[in-house]
Design a protein around this ligand. Structure first.
Ligand code: BDR
Ligand code: CA
Length: 358
């Protein structure tokens, strides 16, 4: 009985939200969607991770099958506690939230208190968690769910790609069974940790290398689009109007980010991870270009850089006596759809509307 009530409520929610989506102008394609897309969010919450999770939980076009935690912005135990706090806030203790990798495949964990505040959430407070962690290891849960729903799961990694890589390395048979990977990470126009590397890829380049080259469809929502989609005070003021607990929390996180980013030269807060979720809800917010992307796993200055081949070719170079010479070009196969453009204003309006329950 309870189950039936829940189903009816969900169908009504989908119907109303699709109507609202049409009104708010975001995504005719999403509005036409029949059934919610099954997604797994792999995350290191993390300020913008929290905003991303809340967007997914407030969007009927996606059904979050699990949240898996990876060390990144914060250590894995703090990330797990934050994720459980977020699902508590959203009243979603039914959702499996599982701990995962506590550090990269190689190298030493780097966490980011400067960018996320001491609690990882910019000081924004969550109620004490009522939800309990799923006992499974994140990568194992990913493997289980992909086999349970073959060809249906979209993975949304918004932290270092360690958990996803561990899942692929343990069970490569998941690769053709995953519908797609829409990740926040990388950049083809410079880094944020340093001149070359974006944080998530920088944290675990070997893992990113596995994920980018696994052979499944990958969409890279990188700094190229996330650093030009900046939440401003006016957006947050809108978000705070008649705000419920989730919107209030999101607003507090966003205010922290805006202050922080302005202090580092940006005109607003970059809510990176929320864009990857937005791109799954409605791929039409992005313009993408198919490219071959390599991950630099060595290098003095550029470990963790994602190098996009914009022309789809590499020079064909042959030996000629004591030197080499180019005699043409060889094509390279694209492995990633790189987000190269975004309708930032539409996305920000959409984000605010969704957190207000519209
Ligand atoms: C990415 O790194 C983290 O700081 C954010 O949560 C985001 O996933 C941006 O480079
Ligand atoms: Ca993140």
């Amino acid at each position: 009985m309870l189950k039936t009530k829940f189903k009816i409520a969900r169908i009504l929610t989908v119907a109303f939200s699709v109507a609202a989506l049409q009104l708010s102008g975001l995504g005719a394609s999403a509005a036409r969607a029949q059934a919610p897309k099954r997604v797994i969010i792999d995350t290191d919450p993390g300020t913008d991770d929290a905003l991303a999770i809340l967007l997914a939980l407030n969007s009927p076009e996606v059904h979050v099958e699990a949240v898996t935690i990876v060390a990144g912005n914060v250590t894995e135990p703090i990330g797990l506690e934050n994720a459980l706090g977020i699902t508590s806030l959203a009243g979603r203790c039914d959702l499996p939230v599982a701990g995962g990798a506590r550090g990269p495949i190689h190298g030493t964990l780097v966490v980011e208190p400067f960018w996320n505040g001491a609690n990882g959430l910019g000081g924004a407070q969550l109620p004490a968690s009522r939800c309990k962690a799923d006992p499974r290891f994140g990568p194992d849960l990913i493997i289980d769910l992909v086999h349970k729903y073959p060809h249906e799961i979209t993975l949304i990694p918004v932290g270092p790609e360690t958990n996803i890589a561990l899942a692929v390395l343990k069970d490569p048979s998941i690769v053709p069974l995953v519908k797609g990977v829409v990740l926040m990470g990388g950049s083809i126009s410079g880094g944020n940790v340093n001149g070359a590397s974006e944080f998530n890829v920088f944290c675990d380049p070997e893992a990113a290398d596995v994920v980018f080259n696994a052979g499944w469809p990958v969409t890279m929502v990188g700094l190229d689009v996330t650093e030009i989609t900046l939440m401003k005070n006016a957006d947050v003021t809108e978000l705070e109007k008649n705000a419920g607990p989730e919107a209030k929390f999101a607003a507090a996180v966003a205010r922290f980010q805006i202050g922080l980013y302005q202090g580092t030269g940006f005109g607003g807060g970059a809510i990176h991870d929320a864009l990857a979720v937005g791109a799954v809800i409605d791929p039409s917010i992005l313009q993408t270009k198919a490219m071959h992307v390599d991950v630099e796993t060595a290098g003095r200055f550029a470990r963790g850089e994602t190098i996009g081949n914009r022309h789809g070719t590499v020079d064909k170079v042959i030996p000629a006596g004591d030197h080499f010479e180019s005699v043409g070009v060889n094509p390279v196969q694209p492995n990633v759809d790189v987000a190269v453009g975004i309708d930032s204003e539409r996305f920000l309006k959409f984000y605010v509307a969704r957190l207000q329950g519209k």
